[in-house]
Design a protein around this ligand. Sequence first.
Ligand code: SAM
Ligand code: SF4
Length: 347
Amino acid sequence: MTSTKNFSRWADSASARPTLIDGFGRRIDYVRFSVTDRCDFRCVYCMSEQMTFVPRAQILTLEELAELGWAFVELGVHKIRITGGEPLVRQNVLWLFQRLGQLRDYGLKELVLTTNGSQLARLAADLKAAGVARLNISLDSLDPARFRRITRNGDLATVLGGIQAAQSAGFQHIKLNVVILKNRNHDEVVDLVRFAIDKGLDISFIEEMPLGQIGDHDRAEAYYSSDAIHADLTQVFTLTPTTETTGGPARYYRIPDTDSRIGFISPHSHNFCEDCNRVRVSAEGRLLLCLGQENSSDLKSTLRVYPGDRERLKQTIISAMVFKPRGHDFQLDGQPVILRHMNHTGG
Ligand code: SAM
Ligand code: SF4
């Protein structure tokens, strides 16, 4: 780690607000918090059937997560995504959304959430009131039996009810996240896009990433590229490329005369690291500098050894920026080099 004296080097002193800049000159203005590693689903690409979860005492408290939110926003971060595990199964998580929602008066532009949708019927209206701007909802199949097989224990009707509840609560530009696996759901891409158009939703197709041992399928065999999905869709729809962005790695297309955007997140076929603007905090309080590398910094120690010392916390974050690698190194063949699962990482 660099010495305390050098910390300010990584903050942009020229601008009025501090700015996080990594060693490759990329501005970091987006952070994702995984608020729990637990989940009510066991999606085959994300978890193994028997998961060992982190003991609760090792998970950041909601107060620690709120403190982190304040520190990042004071460092110029203007987008926070809450994810997991399934964030909405965490007890009292609404309190965190309400606290982070207050940061909109202090520079936070977007508080957003990624969820599997299972708890939205119960929580959508409160999340909207807390200031959550947009939702990403995972939906890999429209067939109940297949949905159950992919999530291992998810209930499609509950998730569809959650999407409906979110729309009724006033959420707009909801985006569906779909992980496509060959011979599992690749034949549903057209139906999923039709569903998105019908409901006025955006939709993004994600290539599976080799995070953690999953034991269910061979990832190389299940690989179905974004280009293959694009080709399948163009049999039915006209896809017009657009430069629109949601500040992430997705490449977007529009279908004329519809409101839906079709996105592709392609870590294998179209590497997106060059413009990376984000870091993640795991449920255990590790600042993960790259989705596909192990480089990290321990924020939980700083939070627990020096409670309330926000300046020290900010300095720990700033000094970690130099360890952000140039990019991931995902390989489809062989063992995953990243042993943590996506639920730890915070997808
Ligand atoms: N539980 C929530 C959900 O499923 O939306 C939030 C956490 S989940 C880890 C976030 C996103 O990561 C989901 O869209 C999920 O499909 C995606 N994901 C999980 N494991 C993945 C993997 N190995 N490769 C690509 N995407 C993955
Ligand atoms: Fe749970 Fe989301 Fe992982 Fe599925 S992708 S097991 S819903 S954390």
